[in-house]
Design a binder for this molecule. Structure first.
Ligand code: SR1
Ligand code: MG
Length: 423
């Protein structure tokens, strides 16, 4: 296949014929296409994902579709998201080596990326629903966030390079538009594609949509998201964008990558741990999940702590960019000044992170794109109980984010809300 052919979606039936001459794929799995086994495994909202197994190995072929898979061709979406995903993956690999799948090949015209097949990895969200306590995720994800977010910013990069990258990713307009609407606005009014567990949550949803303080805060967060081009974000760093084994963690799917606020990735990620926490009572068929709940809160503490300390370490060792430049502080022997600037920055990330986490929780319960943590709770009353608690938590951390000073405070609140009987 060459990039010059018109775009055509692959299928299980056509993949071997169309990619049989692809040197990169053949070198990883073997060139005898009669031995290739192809499965389509995409369970995300947007793309096709194939696992192709050959005589010598396996690879993943991910292809964008010209529309939103979850909704259908009534919602067109440009193929260029594959280009942004490819470029984001190469930058993440350079900035946080070993944290993303290896890329074997990219075909811009066919919007497809051929990459490493991660096995026996599974999606982190699934592992958390199953109640698995993975020992390394907090450290691995905390390091990934600190390294990619610091090294993609004007704290580290030559500003000429960062501005070139900013321009490159600025064209990822349609995916930013999805986030701008789905995360920050749609949950707070009766948007067309919204849905929620009804009628159980109807009155809570009405209350939230009439909550002026919450709506103003969500719009302030949208403003920060849209106007604060600090660093190259993953852009969709939830537990469905992370693959794990007992000991290994890889981040996938950065097609929403663009230059935005550091706090966004951190907030979205932690929100997904807090949602996993509130969903546990819906998954207790085989026994109580108290230990899992405690584990999940510990994971939020460790993730934030690893992120903070790695970000601080990079500030002290790789602070080569034009922001808070060294010539004003370290080079004049003013280490305290540099530390003060770092503290201010981390404080801002903390405060905004809580806001982004709060609205991420809301959109997964009130908007179009729900998550399996709650969706797999078959009993609607039980699901609504879990969701209502999460909504209350999300509202509190979004609206009161400037008055919350530690992650222990947030987790005490989560534990208190979890223990409440009624919704
Ligand atoms: C229409 S896309 C819906 C959601 O799926 C993606 O994974 C992003 O989270 C997006 O908001
Ligand atoms: Mg995705």
């Amino acid at each position: 296949m060459t990039g010059k052919l018109p775009f055509e979606a692959l299928s299980v039936e056509t993949l071997a014929a169309r990619l049989g001459a692809n040197a990169a794929l053949c070198s990883h799995i073997g060139k005898d296409t009669s031995r290739w086994k192809v499965r389509e495994v995409g369970d995300g909202n947007l793309n096709l994902v194939f696992i192709v197994e050959g005589a010598q190995g396996a690879a993943v072929v991910k292809q964008a579709l010209p529309y939103v898979r979850l909704v259908g061709d009534s919602w067109p979406l440009p193929l260029k998201r594959s280009f942004f995903e490819y470029h984001a993956l190469t930058r993440q690999q350079a900035r946080a080596p070993g944290s993303v799948p290896d890329i074997h090949h990219f075909d811009e015209g066919q919007a497809l990326i051929i990459m490493e097949y991660l096995s026996p990895h599974i999606i982190l969200r699934r592992a958390l629903i199953e109640g698995r306590q993975l020992p390394n995720i907090a450290r691995d994800i905390g390091l990934f966030m600190a390294r990619t977010l610091f090294r993609g910013s004007d704290l580290h990069m030559a500003t000429k390079d960062r501005k070139a990258d900013l321009a490159l990713f600025a064209d990822n307009v349609e995916l930013c538009d999805i986030t701008e609407n789905l995360v920050f606005s749609d949950p707070y009014f009766d948007a067309r594609m919204n849905r929620h567990t009804s009628p159980q949550l109807d009155s809570i949803v009405a209350e939230l949509r009439a909550d002026r303080d919450l709506k103003v805060e969500a719009q302030r967060l949208k403003h920060i998201f849209a106007a604060n081009a600090e660093t190259l974000l993953h852009g969709d760093l939830h537990s469905g964008s992370i693959m794990v084994t007992e000991t290994e963690t890889r981040m996938i799917d950065p097609e929403f990558a663009f230059y935005g606020p550091i706090a966004f990735d951190v907030g979205m990620l932690l929100a997904n741990f807090w949602m996993a926490f509130f969903s546990q009572c819906g998954h207790e068929q085989n026994g109580k999940r108290d230990a899992m709940r405690a584990y999940l809160l510990d994971v939020t503490v460790e993730t934030w702590s690893v992120f903070r300390s790695e970000f601080s370490h990079l500030w002290r060792t790789e602070h080569t960019g034009m922001l808070y430049q060294k010539s004003l502080f370290e080079d004049q022997g003013d280490r305290l000044g540099a530390e003060q600037a770092l503290d201010h920055m981390l404080h801002q990330v903390w405060t905004d992170m809580l806001g982004f986490a709060g609205v991420e929780v809301h959109r997964r319960i009130l908007g179009l794109a729900h998550n399996a943590d709650f969706e797999t709770i078959a009993d609607a009353d039980l699901r609504a109980t879990c969701e209502a608690k999460a909504l209350k938590f999300g509202r509190h951390i979004a609206v009161n984010r400037r008055q919350i000073h530690s992650i222990d405070e947030v987790n005490t609140l989560a534990a208190l809300i979890e223990r409440e009987d009624r919704i």
